[in-house]
Design a protein around this ligand. Structure first.
Ligand SMILES: [Zn+2]
Length: 320
């Protein structure tokens, strides 16, 4: 081998090494997306699909009440969190075999681009909005009713919408909106914009108190967070799931201390007592629970821990 040939070999090897290093440094582009956010489990014979509407940054420091800033910081730190807390918004789709029931609808366009994803996740999960037979609303805050309508038309054209009569009386009343302070008027208007397309099509059917809505699903009054706040109980083949709506908002804080309340409670004392009652039931009966603001998919069990509770998220599972 001549000196020239040997030098050429060294130069080529060097070039390959440099190229390899350059590629390694550039790396694969980061994708920065999550998988479509739906999660399924079977409850007896019923199929339950948790649907994510997205997340938002909750300024717990400003909106949680009946807790000191120091206590809040300590509670969040125990869960490796700090304020603001990234918080899920979840809805739940129940297929009983004869009815397809959606419980809460997410935010639609009411709360910006990090939310409003429930519809696309419902589609990603294999269903179409026109297949939904019934929609049960835990309460009429925007992050629960915002997905009902778009541009003044129902998003779920074949669905009957149901909520507690007290909730309808409170949020769909123009007199209440007119009497409300300026900063609260939008909440009434949002509820009206979302519900009224169903009201005028005669597809809104409020109920009064604890009521069976379809076989296997019943409403259970838990008024306090709002005047008609309702949890929904799903039962099949001896298995039970209680869908909490906004019975609680910040897991890291309100499981250890259910007395912590939130600025948006219309009756904070009543909201706290309902939370304590439903938590005690859940822990005592070993039932499944699901929360609109529990970290997605927001399904699990509760057990007692000292004077409070620990939430045990569902174990990931394939479907049969
Ligand atoms: Zn909410």
């Amino acid at each position: 081998m001549t000196l020239i040939n040997r030098l050429c070999g060294v130069v080529t090897a060097l070039a390959v090494t440099l190229q390899f290093n350059a590629n390694a440094e550039a790396g694969a582009p980061q994708q920065k997306t999550q998988a479509p956010a739906y999660y399924r489990l079977m409850l007896g014979e019923y199929e339950v699909t948790a649907l994510s509407d997205g997340t938002f940054q909750m300024d717990a420091d400003k909106i949680l009440t009946n807790i000191t800033p120091k206590e809040l910081e300590a509670s969040l730190a125990r869960s490796f969190l700090k304020n603001p807390v990234e918080t899920s918004v979840n809805g739940f789709l129940i297929n009983t075999g004869s009815k397809l029931v959606l419980i809460d609808t997410g935010s639609g366009t009411l709360f910006g681009p990090t939310l409003g994803k429930l519809l696309s996740n419902l589609k990603a999960s294999g269903y179409r909005p026109e297949q939904v037979d019934e929609i049960y609303i835990s309460h009429m805050h925007g992050d629960h009713v915002g997905g009902l309508s778009a541009d003044g038309k129902p998003v779920f054209p074949n669905a009957i919408v149901r909520a507690a009569q007290q909730e309808a009386d409170f949020w769909l009343s123009k007199a209440h909106m007119d009497a409300a302070p300026q900063e609260r008027k939008d909440a009434y208007q949002g509820a009206m914009n979302m519900l009224n397309p169903y009201v005028s099509a005669d597809k809104f059917k409020p109920f009064d108190g604890d009521t069976e809505l379809v076989p296997g699903i019943r409403a259970a009054a838990s008024h306090g967070h709002t005047p008609g706040h309702t949890v929904y109980v799903v039962e099949s083949k001896g298995q039970k799931l209680v869908l909490w709506g906004d019975l609680m908002h910040v897991a890291a804080v309100q499981f250890p201390d259910p007395a912590v309340t939130i600025l948006y409670d219309t009756d904070p004392a009543k909201a706290a007592s309902q939370r304590k009652r439903v938590f005690a039931d859940a822990a005592g009966q070993n039932e499944w629970v699901a929360g609109a603001h529990l970290s997605f998919p927001g399904i699990g069990h509760l057990r007692t821990a000292g004077s409070g509770y620990t939430f045990v998220p569902v174990n990931y599972g394939a479907l049969p």
